[in-house]
Every structure is written in structure tokens, then in C-alpha cells.
Design a protein around this ligand. Structure first.
Ligand SMILES: [Zn+2]
Length: 157
């Protein structure tokens, strides 16, 4: 499961709509819980650096990633996943996504944008052995962007 604060999801949806008809992309920062759940605290939006066809491809700025990793060094948080949007395509990983999925530790969060409106967001992890994606549950939470009470899920309050 991945837990994303409502405010962060809104940021991602807004970026996806602003980038339409191109793909938006971002890095997701947060923590891993002992039970394997991923808890996102914030997102860092990236320019889409893909060469051409940015409506079907994305490339996160590697300099942004390095800067974030430096900032997180020594702390409890890390880069736990990334986000991109699918303009006028379902929120399911594409063949292109699978071909570029090399990091099994990262969660892929994908938003479908139809006619400029972000309508649906899903999360996936890569099963390296099977070379396929597996969808995982995505829950929203009301804290954030920085968690005041990271132990509280909205459905447990
Ligand atoms: Zn994709």
C-alpha cells in the first residue's frame, strides 16, 4: 500500500493538468513502514526532460534527483517513488514504462488525464522476476504535506 496526503495528490493532479497534453512527472519522498507500506510526505515536481513525444514519455530531471538525495542524506526519509501522468490514456503502466522500470524499490504512481482533467490515480510496483507491474492499493490521508501525525490514517480516526 502507498499512502499519499490529499494535499500532495492535489499537487500532482494540478501538475498533470497543467502539463496536458504532455506528461507531468515528479519524485515522491517519504518513508517505508515496517510492514512494507510506503508513506509519502511530499512530492517534488520535475520538468519532463524526455526528448520529443512528451505526451507519451517522461524523464525526471536527474539533477533534481541528486539534489533531493543530498538533502535527504542522514534523515529518515528517502525517495520512495515517482509520479507521471498519462494524457488521454488509462492510469495503467504502458509498455514504455515497463521497458524503463529498473528500480524495484520505487512505487510508480500514474494519473490518467482525460481532456485536460486528472480523473484517476493508481500505484504500481515492478515485479522484476516476472517483468511486469503489479498494482498496489493507494490511500489518501488528510495530513500533509508534512505529516504531523504520521501514525494516523484517516480511516482509523
Ligand atoms: Zn507511463
Amino acid at each position: 500500500m502507498i499512502v499519499i496526503p490529499r494535499a500532495v495528490l492535489k499537487t500532482l493532479a494540478d501538475a498533470a493538468e497543467a502539463a496536458y497534453p504532455e506528461e507531468a512527472c515528479a519524485l515522491l519522498i517519504g518513508r517505508l513502514r515496517g510492514n512494507g507500506d510506503v508513506v509519502v510526505s511530499r512530492a517534488e515536481l520535475s520538468a519532463n526532460l524526455a526528448e520529443g513525444a512528451r505526451g507519451r514519455r517522461f524523464e525526471i530531471d536527474p539533477a533534481l534527483r541528486i539534489r533531493i538525495m543530498k538533502g535527504l542524506r542522514g534523515g529518515e526519509e528517502r525517495i520512495v517513488g515517482h509520479f507521471h501522468s498519462h494524457p488521454d490514456h488509462p492510469a495503467q503502466p504502458s509498455a514504455e514504462d515497463l521497458a524503463r522500470a529498473f528500480e524495484p524499490d520505487l512505487v510508480w504512481v500514474i494519473a490518467a488525464v482525460e481532456g485536460g482533467q486528472a480523473i484517476h490515480t493508481t500505484a504500481h510496483v515492478v515485479d522484476e522476476a516476472a517483468r511486469q507491474f503489479r498494482e498496489i492499493p493507494l490511500r489518501t490521508a488528510d495530513w500533509g504535506p508534512y505529516p504531523a501525525q504520521p501514525g494516523l490514517f484517516e480511516d482509523q480516526i
